[in-house]
Design a protein around this ligand. Structure first.
Ligand code: ARG
Ligand code: ZN
Length: 476
């Protein structure tokens, strides 16, 4: 989903004499387009991210993933159908989807059989006829296999993990391609629907709003839908024996899942029970909560030693709660719902826009709780921060989860606040989230937004020192 681009197309067509205010050109052969001679070529095998050039693909823009899957915990086999609605962004002779360790048995495009072949972790699809630029098309992939996570030497494993009683899918910067065919890069956000069939007695928790649950012959189908555009790595599912708490908060579904093996009233459950309160506090700082549902899932598995801001339902490795109640991590993952999820990255290099903001959200929450003021959190971090040689705005592909991104990212925001003043900075946090809601963002856009919120003040020296410098900046 690319909002900016669509708006641009409308303007061009209007200038060419088109009437009507339709928002999509997909099904409407307009004058200039109809007389254009198409020139079909293959979509690129990567989305063009400088840090991870093979992630995602080019030539199309996905609008929705609709998955109907079945998981057998006995064999570890995942099987089913993915229906992908997309729009071509060029005249396409063929295109790639990302799909790792799973085999496609049948592919159709617009209802006609297409040929497909696996090439590494890509599925190369050649439709029976070329696909015209700006036209919508539908791909249906039937696939199956025993999924496994992808391994990144520097960043660890991400994707589908099988467990004793089920499975979970979590990972950043990539994970989705281990369980469905996907344009696996955050620049192509799409809505997401999941119907997951598992043996009776197991629970399935995923993103968004729960739908109907049906059962037949010993299997239960759970349905979930995320109606706001979502980056693919933010798709998640947890299958197993869970205690699910279902309620509403602010009129929206609030769903929390904690493994049956974890105490019902232990620190994990207690921490996640603060989700509504923390969301409400963050909304006073960042503006309205951006999604239709909320909640969280705890995963008890030693392979998951982090938490992830999976959209509207963060996943927390239970190691975060081994020392007792921890609302800091909840504030962090909920902060990401604004910064990281609603405002997703256009390229991975800019990940401080996610992690710096989520760390700053922790500081705000701690101040609200009375543990430490934001100024104290800054001072503590500034005093102990070691390696200033790694720039926050350019951490390198192996450094995207480094302290330069998290701690120095949050310090950058505090330095910016000192340069802009508290009032202008508070306004920026909200206007940034509002203007790019459900979109994609870059550091360059943020720098411009900050200068605008500061009434035209030149903030370049602050950004150069804090985001791109390689030495310790003076205390702001
Ligand atoms: N974005 C996650 C968070 O800040 C961290 C993910 C870490 N991923 C990893 N592969 N180590 O909560
Ligand atoms: Zn984070």
């Amino acid at each position: 989903m690319k909002r900016g681009l669509a708006a641009g197309i409308v303007i061009v067509l209007a200038a060419g004499g088109c009437t009507g205010g339709g928002k999509s050109t997909a099904d409407r052969p307009s004058g200039p387009a109809a007389s254009r001679v198409p020139s079909f070529s293959p979509g690129a095998p990567g989305a063009g991210d400088p840090y991870f050039p093979t992630y995602g693909n080019g030539g199309y823009d996905v609008g929705e993933y609709d998955l109907a899957l079945r998981f057998d915990p006995g064999t570890g086999r995942l099987s089913g159908t993915a229906t992908i609605t997309a729009t071509a962004t060029q005249d396409l002779s063929r295109f790639n989807l990302d799909l790792a360790h799973l085999a496609a048995s049948e592919v159709t495009v617009n209802g006609r059989a297409a040929t497909s072949r696996a090439e590494g972790n890509e599925l190369v699809v050649t439709p029976a006829a070329g696909l015209l630029k700006d036209r919508a098309f539908t791909v249906v992939v039937r696939y199956a296999g025993v999924p496994e996570p992808l391994n990144n030497e520097a960043l660890g494993k991400g994707g589908w993990f099988r467990t004793a009683d089920g499975a979970f899918a979590v990972g950043q910067p990539e994970s989705a391609s281990t369980w469905f065919p996907v344009n696996d890069h955050p620049s192509d956000k799409a809505t997401f629907r999941l119907a997951m069939t598992v043996p009776d007695g197991l629970e399935v928790i995923s993103n968004g709003v729960p739908g109907k649950r049906t059962n037949a012959a010993g299997w239960t189908t759970w349905t979930w839908s995320e109606g706001a555009p979502m980056a693919s790595y933010l798709a998640t599912v947890a299958i197993g024996q869970y205690r699910i708490t279902t309620g509403t908060h602010g009129g929206k579904p609030m769903i929390v899942g904690v493994p049956a093996s974890v105490p019902a009233n232990g620190p994990a459950a207690k921490s996640l029970a603060s989700t509504g309160e923390i969301t409400d506090f963050l909304a006073t700082q960042f503006g309205p909560y951006p999604f239709d549902a909320n909640g969280g899932v705890v995963v008890a598995d030693e392979r998951l030693d982090y938490a992830l801001e999976t959209q509207s339902r963060p996943v927390y490795g239970d190691t975060f709660f081994s020392g007792g109640v921890n609302t800091g991590v909840v504030a962090h993952e909920l902060g990401h719902q604004w910064y990281g999820d609603s405002l997703a990255l256009e390229r991975w290099q800019d990940i401080w826009l996610n992690e710096g903001f989520a760390t700053y959200a922790e500081w705000l929450w701690q101040e609200h709780e009375g543990t430490a003021t934001v100024a104290q959190s800054f001072d503590r971090t500034y005093a102990k921060f070691k390696d200033w040689s790694e720039p926050t705005g350019k951490p390198g592909p192996d450094g995207i989860f480094d302290p330069a991104v998290y701690d120095r990212g949050a310090m950058t925001l505090y330095a910016l606040r000192r340069a802009m003043g508290d009032t202008a900075f508070a306004g920026l946090l909200k206007s940034w989230a509002a203007q790019h809601r459900d979109g994609n963002v870059t550091t360059t856009e943020f720098m411009a937004a900050a200068e605008q919120a500061a009434g035209g003040t030149d903030l370049d020296p602050v950004f150069q020192a804090w985001l791109f410098g390689t030495t310790k900046p003076p205390h702001p």
